[in-house]
Design a protein around this ligand. Structure first.
Ligand SMILES: [Zn+2]
Length: 307
């Protein structure tokens, strides 16, 4: 496994983003006309994929791509250039299936998972940022899709990423804190999480969120890993934290219920179907399994409505 391989489904990208080409119109034009270049057609996160020889994205030659906003994603070690095209509808393709990053992210190979998370993140942002936040006039994609520029005042806008902390808190006895949001199904439990606020460090965000949501006082915070989560534009920053004691006082708004679990209790509860956990694509599952010491069987996964 390479050093990029953290075990997180959406953190496996291997393409070189080759940002030095984004402003090089001649290079981009040549890459777009090269028959060996490959294009991922994306429509609101939906893409074509096939399962012949393992799950893989359908990547087409530039001449076979539909019209649409074009983003340069990067190159791979053999020099192949990758683009995404944001289409209003996926072309008819009887030989392929349609899937979404949310379900494909953990089954695709590392190259394809990386291309898709990059393309979907950009597509989402472009679709929802068509106007200048400064003057309200239309903006247009520049820099091969990695910047939007206002057509009137010239302000450049960069793709938005919202940092969110997500943390597994462990009490002095080694038990893990899992909580349930009111909108989730009754048995669904996960780690606590929340957005970083302006002017706040990551550690401060962890301490504040755990206190707000569960009334638990955090002692120590250790960074574990991160994963892009473009549903729509988050970057999940994963932590393990320890609490000063086992006192819980849930806020009842963001978290309806929170409980400490020993490993044995969590095993028994998941085996009995009394507790469901977030899916293997999520960093929360990863944080829980790192504490638990092994992976859970697939049937412990619950369903959370995605944003
Ligand atoms: Zn403007």
């Amino acid at each position: 496994m390479g050093d990029h391989d953290s075990g997180l489904a959406l953190t496996r990208a291997v393409h070189d983003r080759a940002a030095e080409h984004r402003l090089d119109e001649a290079w981009l034009a040549a890459a777009w006309t090269a028959p060996e270049s490959r294009v991922l057609v994306v429509e609101r996160g939906n893409v074509h994929w096939t399962d012949a020889g393992g799950p893989a994205l359908v990547l087409v030659a530039p001449r076979d791509a539909p019209d649409g906003e074009r983003y340069f994603l990067g190159v791979d070690p053999d020099g192949t250039a990758y683009f995404a095209v944001s289409a209003d509808a996926l072309p008819e393709r009887p030989d392929a299936q349609t899937g979404h990053l949310y379900t494909l992210g953990s089954v695709l190979g590392e190259r394809d998972a990386g291309l898709l998370v990059h393309a979907f993140g950009l597509e989402n942002w472009h679709r929802t940022h068509g106007f200048c936040a400064r003057c309200g006039q239309p903006s247009e994609a520049v820099a091969a899709g990695h910047v939007r520029k206002c057509t009137v005042c010239g302000t450049e806008h960069f793709p938005r990423t919202d940092p969110a902390v997500i943390m597994l808190v462990v009490d002095p006895a080694g038990r893990a804190l899992l909580g349930r949001q009111p909108s989730w199904p009754e048995k669904m439990f996960s780690t606590l999480a929340g957005f970083v606020e302006p002017g706040e460090s990551l550690r401060q965000a962890v301490v504040r969120e755990v206190a707000e949501e569960a009334g638990v006082r955090v002692a120590d915070v250790t960074y574990v890993d991160s994963q892009p989560w473009p549903f729509p534009s988050s970057l999940m920053l994963g932590f393990h934290a320890t609490s000063v004691d086992d006192h819980i006082d849930v806020d009842g708004t963001e978290i309806a219920e929170a409980r400490w679990f020993t490993r044995d209790e969590l095993r028994a509860a998941t085996e009995a179907g009394e507790v469901k956990l977030p899916g293997p694509i999520s960093i929360s599952r990863h944080l829980i399994e790192l504490w638990y010491g092994e992976k859970f069987p697939e049937d412990v996964t619950g369903t959370i409505r995605r944003n």
